[in-house]
Design a binder for this molecule. Structure first.
Ligand SMILES: O=C(O)CCC(=O)C(=O)O
Ligand SMILES: [Fe+2]
Length: 157
């Protein structure tokens, strides 16, 4: 599927803050691509995942990388893998660094099409998503990422 083609690396630096409850580090979102590998600096907790309507801390563990499932993997797996909602909060104890590597497919191939894998679709398991054209999907993601709506929602059958 060429999902590792065109990966991007984002480095985040969250300064410490005396009033962290007043500040957002990274707003609630799910990642748009297939998979994200996330490395966190040790000692300070910041990443939280939404699980059963609660924000759960994902503590940095030495030698471990967090693997986040993204919206495109949810789409091609016809919902078998579910992308997770997450956010990053800031801390009063000190600054935090995270490095995210996004595997989002060949982003320079605007006309690349992704859809639910045909072998996963049957009469009992109908396709849940329409095909997406990668360039259009990325534009939708950029224009919807500031609200609570995901680009993926546009492609539900
Ligand atoms: O800084 C973090 O732990 C999360 C960053 C993140 O979710 C992202 O870059 O998509
Ligand atoms: Fe993310």
């Amino acid at each position: 599927m060429e999902c590792s083609k065109g990966h991007r690396i984002h480095c985040h630096y969250y300064p410490s803050c005396p009033e962290p409850q007043l500040v957002t580090g990274t707003i609630e979102h799910s990642d748009a691509g297939f998979i994200t590998l996330l490395l966190q600096s040790q000692g300070i907790c910041g990443l939280q995942v939404l699980y059963e309507a609660q924000w759960v801390d994902i503590r940095p563990t030495p030698g471990c990388v967090v693997v986040n499932i993204g919206d495109l993997l949810q789409l091609v797996s016809n919902g078998k893998f579910k992308s997770n909602k997450h956010r990053a909060i800031v801390s009063e104890i000190g600054p935090r660094i995270s490095v995210a590597c996004f595997f989002s497919g060949p982003l320079n191939e605007a006309y690349k099409i992704y859809g639910p894998i045909k072998e996963l679709i049957s009469e009992e398991n109908p396709g849940l998503y329409k095909d997406v054209v990668l360039g259009e999907y990325v534009s939708r993601f950029v224009s919807t990422s500031q609200d609570n709506y995901r680009a993926l929602d546009y492609y539900k059958v």
